[in-house]
Design a protein around this ligand. Structure first.
Ligand SMILES: C[S@@+](CC[C@H](N)C(=O)[O-])C[C@H]1O[C@@H](n2cnc3c(N)ncnc32)[C@H](O)[C@@H]1O
Length: 184
């Protein structure tokens, strides 16, 4: 997880991002690789319920604190590996959100299969990626930020990585967010 300060500068309007990718009031949501809860907080304000999953329990503690401070009680925090999604969550979700993390998952195909098994038919898996630009070009607060250039995935590479799972592209927006739908 990046150090505090520049993340807020990079994502000044997380609620706007969530609205743009189709998060709707009343949804059952999973924030996959949720980190310190920068997006989880906003998801919880909109969704009926959210499960925040991260492999790092210390970051989940920060997220828990963030939501508690805002008086939100509709979030469960689960420490675990995203590949074990089906085991980590009790029931199906309508919306699985994954921001700034897909590039760090070694086998996107296996992760997508786990998501497909967890999302309801008709539900969405939304992946927000860094643009596939050289790292030195993605300056935030005066410094190059984000994953190494070699890790960054184009929309086409991301679609390829999840294709075998049976999830199909529903839409793509200019922020390099892909929404993939489980058809049946
Ligand atoms: C750059 S942070 C993004 C956090 C959050 N999604 C956001 O955009 O604010 C990436 C997160 O992915 C988590 N992560 C990496 N690999 C994971 C895995 N296999 N399972 C669960 N979480 C993982 C890290 O612990 C870290 O919190």
């Amino acid at each position: 997880m990046p150090t505090a300060g520049w993340w807020e500068a990079l994502w000044p309007d997380p609620a706007g991002v969530l609205a743009a990718v189709g998060l709707k009031p009343g949804m059952e949501v999973i924030d996959l690789c949720s980190g310190d809860g920068w997006f989880t907080l906003q998801i919880a304000k909109i969704a009926r319920h959210v499960v925040a999953i991260d492999i790092d329990p210390a970051l989940l503690d920060v997220a828990r604190h963030r939501l508690t401070e805002s008086g939100l009680t509709n979030c469960d925090f689960v420490a675990g590996d995203a590949y074990d999604l089906a085991r980590l969550v009790p029931g199906p979700a309508e919306f699985v959100f994954m921001a700034n993390a897909f590039h760090g998952v070694p086998i996107g195909r296996d992760l997508a299969r786990a998501v497909r098994a967890t999302v309801k038919p008709g539900g969405l898996f939304t992946i927000v990626n860094w643009h596939p630009r050289p790292r030195e070009e993605t300056m935030v607060l005066g410094e190059p930020r984000g994953p190494g250039t070699e890790l960054r995935l184009s929309p086409e590479q991301t679609i390829m990585a999840v294709a075998a799972s049976g999830l199909k592209l529903a839409r793509m927006n200019r922020r390099a967010a892909l929404s993939l739908r489980r058809a049946i």
